[in-house]
Design a protein. Sequence first.
Length: 762
Amino acid sequence: MASLRPQGAEYLDGLNPEQRRAVEATEGPVLVLAGAGTGKTRVLTTRIAHLIATGKARPFDILSVTFTNKAAREMKLRIGALIGPAGEGMPWLGTFHAIGTKILRRHAEMVGLRSDFTILGMDDQLRLMKQVIVDQNIDEKRWPARALSSAIDGWKNRGLMPEQVPPGEAGAFAFGKGGTLYIAYQARLATLNAVDFGDLLLLCLKLWRENPDVLENYQQRFRYILVDEYQDTNVAQYLWLRLLAQGHRNVACVGDDDQSIYGWRGAEVDNILRFEHDFPGAVVVRLERNYRSTGHILAAASGLIAKNEGRLGKTLHTEDVPGEKVTVSGAWDSEEEARQLGESIESLQVKGHPLSEIAVLVRISAQMREIEDRFVQLGLPYRVIGGPRFYERAEIRDALAYLRVTANPADDLAFERIFNTPKRGLGDATLQVLHAHARARKVPLLLAARGLIETDDLKPKARSTLRALVESFTRWARLVENQPQSEVAQVILEESGYTEMWKKERSADAAGRLENLKEFVRSMEEFPDLAAFLEHVSLVMEASEQEGAERVSLMTLHAAKGLEFDTVFLPGWEDGLFPNQRALDESGRAGLEEERRLAHVGLTRARKRAKLSFAVNRRIHGLWSSTVPSRFIDELPEDAVDVVDAPAHFAAGASRFDRNPTPFGSSYGTPGWQRAQENTARNGTGRQEFGRGTASRGGPRQIEGELVAKSTGAPSAFTIGMRVFHMKFGPGDVAGVDGNKLTVDFDKAGRKMVLDSFIQPG
């Protein structure tokens, strides 16, 4: 039962009944299931203010854990605003790592450290791991330091000391030496009086397990414990919190199982799902009133996430107006999808919609390239949140450097960038000799290298390696003269070892970098030659970006968590892309449910309008693939969705959303991806033939060569040179006729192959 209102507790004003219950349920374990936009930060800060204002706790009696330093600073400011100076001194409010550091410095000697220990950054960690790998006589190229770092970080996230790692896992790295390397790495850290970020919690667990009196001291110290974003905790964080909470048991965890989207970096959604089991008698408060989004957006998001089995259950609602329905549109290909997206944003801009209140959320970063190019063409200012722009990514800059040197052997800056990337044994000493040689003869570095390899100025191994690199650039330059630039780029990336370098890389972002490289190569096909492509990239990278100016936000769905915008575009809703095939292959149903939570997060970023889109065709690994709309589109409740545009040439039968024929089929009982698949399999007059191969659930179907319309062989009424009009591509001129199959140069969409049944005289 809620306590009586304390005198002067104005901070409780404005709370809805559920929020107030979460604030006033101070004793015992409490789980606050806070849906998107339901005011969880307000509940957290008001709860702390309430504990202090009512005298239940002093600021230093409260442990409040956040996931970011920014969130910790915001909470301190809000608490101070609520109850004044009494709330400003919160010594135990911070991130897991910040609080772990404070505890370790107080008891460093108990875990074999001095209190002035150093916290190593990633660069130093990798350098140390390389030393450990070399000392064990392991081939660092085959078993790189980043791979070892990923393995050790994973073990630490699960709270495993070296002796606790399962033998099977320890033996999977470097032919059984993973456990030995972990032990050696920890020993090196101790010698340096240093820790990495994983140690900040792992060593706390070691401290408390081996020193029960120290643990009891902290259990009694923290009368109340509050945890934000509990659904994102990993095993080590979970164990850390459980040990502390055994004291007073006044632990309040705030989170949303429907927004657990970081399983790939160790987060365990089960932590929040089993809260009531871990803390018997826990009070569960559901915050379901959303203060962000309109009714239709919430209905769509709630209907979608309800398909997940692994959830505690809640339904978001609002007292706001229903607003616009979530829209679904389709495009012939990803380029058209980008064009439609750009035109929609321009239309909103003309109506006075601030660009800063528009976001485009993609599933993978490789989707950004076509969208960025379109924004540049339209002159739409944009910013990429959570990462660099596509052409500014390290792997893309490296690939560009190889192409720049191939096209222009005098490009010394590009040559220096990839001189030893990937690692080929050409270090700084070799580069200094090369620079001296180039300055003495007043020639570019590559030309200087041609002369240097004929002398004895370099050691034999370096000379041999440099000769191979010089000969490679000579060979690649010849390829440019008679092969398509995309094929040349593919050859360069493979023969240089650059692609292989990322294939061997076992870090979490390696797969994304490989996808970006594939998209980079694919993007070159649109240009007549290598010079035109490099010029295009230069212009894109020079596009001005004024800080503080109105800009569209472009980011991945993972980077969007915690943000909100009036209008959100969600392109690429196709099975295989979203839900992502890799997630399904690696994690099965758990992967599918996390992908669905990611879709839920994307939808709930929108305040007023959410716009989903898919492409019927997408080029994957250089080959056109027919795709089917994401199964998530079929799972959206019919009453909350409008199909505003769908490729007629992909349709068969009435839509489940009615009005116009769409790719979703007409049967409620058959999944949309399957219905679409069946539709495309039926070839008749006016239908498309999607090439050889068979589609499969969760993945696109590969096609050999270009995607073409099926010709019936009947003569067409159209002739070369005729002016025509297409509902999707607009006006254009007929450039070729093959039966009822036309090649048309469209004014805006470029050259397309279409059936004459979709063409009107223009």
